[in-house]
Design a protein around this ligand. Structure first.
Ligand SMILES: *[C@@H]1O[C@H](CO)[C@@H](O)[C@H](O)[C@H]1NC(C)=O
Ligand SMILES: *[C@@H]1O[C@H](CO)[C@@H](O)[C@H](O)[C@H]1NC(C)=O
Ligand SMILES: *[C@@H]1O[C@H](CO)[C@@H](O)[C@H](O)[C@H]1NC(C)=O
Ligand SMILES: *[C@@H]1O[C@H](CO)[C@@H](O)[C@H](O)[C@H]1NC(C)=O
Ligand SMILES: *[C@@H]1O[C@H](CO)[C@@H](O)[C@H](O)[C@H]1NC(C)=O
Ligand SMILES: *[C@@H]1O[C@H](CO)[C@@H](O)[C@H](O)[C@H]1NC(C)=O
Ligand SMILES: *[C@@H]1O[C@H](CO)[C@@H](O)[C@H](O)[C@H]1NC(C)=O
Ligand SMILES: *[C@@H]1O[C@H](CO)[C@@H](O)[C@H](O)[C@H]1NC(C)=O
Ligand SMILES: *[C@@H]1O[C@H](CO)[C@@H](O)[C@H](O)[C@H]1NC(C)=O
Length: 356
């Protein structure tokens, strides 16, 4: 008898909690706009495989509570779609892992208040691998991350319509067959802070530093593996005064390092020149790069590269990566060339002959 009362009491408590939860849901219920819910369900139809059950919560009326969705608490419109596969290295191919498979349905187009789309590290390039051009009409987008999706064909200039864009990340290291022969549309993105275009063939575009120089808001630029031909353009005037991170790795420039345009950018903190085949003596301008914390020169063993006496002012230097490099100085000489002010910061001096 005692046990039964106890059980009843427990059941009673559970039901009170349950109805409380129901009331809570009611209070928020209906905040999802039905047409937007329908668009999201169409988008879901384009997903053919979801082995990690990322979309398990995508049912029920209130789409604002679905995983990866956020609605404006002012207008109720869907403003965010965030379904990135977490913890997958950007150099991996998402199609070889348990990610979302399928295509990006153009039904997203009707979610016109979307500000943020992150579908990165999923296998969503569809059967034809064509870039979802309709994204170029979603004018409220501030953030678009499709890193890891291997599209082919031309990078659509329609993206130049997205004038509110702040973060743009596109490309895939290995399988991408995308290209562009003209990126001047980027200069319409007046608020762009972060630009990452990896593995897109930009060969033949000679004025790319000039294009970047027309976007003074840039803080991070990553053009890893873009088949860029050279970096020795001269910029009469530098607008890129906020640029902190520049990654030009895996582009075979094959010219003198001294004549590269980026030595003007004294705000740089991270400079990645891994496998760029740059050679020769570093310029005196290196003395002005006093913010530089990370300098990656690895895998440039093709030709003679020398920095003797050029490191004097690099007080902020934390990492100097010289792996697989025929740098014309031994570690001892290199350490002597480093200013005393850098010794406290320097965490890693990575050199080919170091036993790591
Ligand atoms: C509404 O959204 C803003 C910013 O997105 C947030 O700071 C605020 O706490 C939200 N208000 C409610 C009632 O959820
Ligand atoms: C874009 O997505 C990749 C992979 O998920 C992530 O590593 C990167 O930080 C993201 N970029 C931005 C600007 O958020
Ligand atoms: C893919 O290409 C085929 C034929 O080339 C075409 O019929 C089909 O509509 C395309 N699908 C998409 C999603 O673009
Ligand atoms: C976007 O840009 C293209 C040219 O790049 C233009 O033809 C089009 O009208 C613009 N607007 C929309 C909504 O796509
Ligand atoms: C690139 O496109 C812009 C307009 O979209 C055009 O004015 C310019 O001439 C083009 N540049 C080249 C090198 O074709
Ligand atoms: C990039 O495109 C150029 C010509 O447009 C071509 O010669 C080159 O092989 C391409 N690079 C890669 C890595 O596909
Ligand atoms: C950037 O500098 C160039 C000169 O290299 C100048 O012509 C251009 O107007 C500047 N652009 C912006 C957006 O400030
Ligand atoms: C830049 O380097 C290339 C070799 O990659 C060379 O052909 C070209 O003349 C150089 N341009 C300038 C302006 O120095
Ligand atoms: C360093 O910067 C100063 C001021 O901007 C400039 O006058 C000087 O020419 C620069 N030095 C080198 C070696 O480029």
């Amino acid at each position: 008898m005692y046990r039964t009362t106890h059980l009843l009491l427990l059941l009673c408590i559970i039901s009170i909690f349950a109805s409380g939860a129901l009331q809570l849901q009611d209070a928020h219920g209906g905040s999802c706009i039905p047409t937007e819910r329908a668009s999201l369900l169409s988008f879901k139809k384009g997903i053919t495989s979801d082995r990690t059950n990322l979309l398990a919560s995508w049912h029920g009326q209130d789409c604002c509570r679905w995983r990866g969705i956020r609605c404006s608490n002012r207008t109720g419109h869907v403003v965010r779609l965030h379904l990135r596969t977490p913890n997958l290295d950007v150099y991996k191919d998402p199609c070889s892992f348990d990610t979302l498979f399928g295509e990006i349905s153009s039904s997203l187009r009707s979610l016109e208040y979307l500000e943020h789309i992150d579908l990165s590290m999923n296998c969503l390039s569809g059967p034809n691998s064509t870039f979802p051009e309709f994204l170029g009409s979603m004018e409220n987008l501030r953030y678009l991350n499709l890193t890891g999706l291997a599209f082919s064909g031309r990078l659509p200039p329609q993206l130049g319509n997205l004038s509110k864009m702040r973060y743009l990340a596109i490309g895939q290291d290995r399988r991408s067959e995308m290209y562009s022969d003209n990126i001047t549309w980027l200069t319409n993105l007046h608020s762009l802070k972060h630009l990452s275009i990896c593995g897109v063939n930009l060969s033949g575009i000679d004025d790319w530093p000039h294009t970047l120089n027309m976007i003074p808001s840039l803080r991070v630029v990553n053009l890893h593996g873009c088949s860029l031909d050279n970096a020795n353009q001269s910029l009469p005037y530098l607008n890129l005064t906020k640029l902190e991170k520049l990654d030009l790795s895996w582009n075979e420039f094959d010219h003198s390092i001294e004549h590269s345009w980026f030595w003007k950018v004294t705000s740089l903190k991270h400079l990645n020149l891994e496998y760029t085949r740059l050679f020769g003596q570093f310029p005196d301008a290196l003395a002005n790069m006093t913010s530089l914390q990370v300098l990656d020169l690895s895998l440039n063993s093709n030709k003679y590269l020398t920095m003797t006496g050029k490191l004097k002012n690099l007080c902020s230097l934390k990492i100097l990566d010289l792996r697989q490099n025929d740098i014309s100085a031994g570690v001892a000489e290199m350490m002597q060339g480093l200013p005393e002010c850098a010794w406290t910061n320097l965490q890693q001096l990575i050199q080919q002959k170091c036993a790591l």
